[in-house]
Ligand binder design. Sequence first.
Ligand code: SAH
Length: 211
Amino acid sequence: MNPDSRKIRLVLQLRRGGVTDTRVLAAMERVPREIFVPEPFRDRAYDNLALPIGHHQTVSQPIVVAQMTQALEVGARMKVLEIGTGSGYQAAILSKLCRRLYSIERHRPLLVEAEKRFARLKLTNITTRVGDGTLGWPEQAPFERIVVTAAAADVPPVLVGHLTVGGVMVVPVGDDDDQRLVRVLRTEDGAETEDLNPVRFVPLVPGVASD
Ligand code: SAH
């Protein structure tokens, strides 16, 4: 099967999986996932699978990236924060949908590779840094949208504090055996949370990695 038909097959799988937002589907079609996966896995880039990216991390399954992006309801004028750059794939998708995307990663070597990919794809509206995402990015807050791509034990309060009123965060919450995607809406006096589908993410780990 050639890359284009693999891509079409993937988009059909996403639609069947409940992803109906045409802007999200278009972004998934435009971003070449094969650039974000290591060479031995390139021929599987358009399979609906999470794939290893080194440092015991994975690029998320396409359906999960699409569902999270859809749940975020990103607008073209928005400033968005991502915790867990990883391969940079989710960041690349979001960068097509928002004004500026900020992304934090705790493993420097992963971030170096992700930045090369952003440069290669001429994605100029992404700003990254090495750091502990659980502490957020106070210098750049507030954000209209926040996505966390590693599983937190609870909704991180610092990140709720980084949202504008009316802002939305999508975050996987739970332990290894039982995780759910949670959608948080920041209100005037707190936040409302809503459980979405079950998911499986690598854990959100505090601190910056030593590698
Ligand atoms: N969004 C990524 C998914 C990567 S997996 C992609 O599209 O490829 C989750 C990532 O979160 C890993 O790279 C991991 O190193 C990172 N991570 C985990 N805890 C973190 C923290 N506290 N701060 C920043 N990044 C973190």
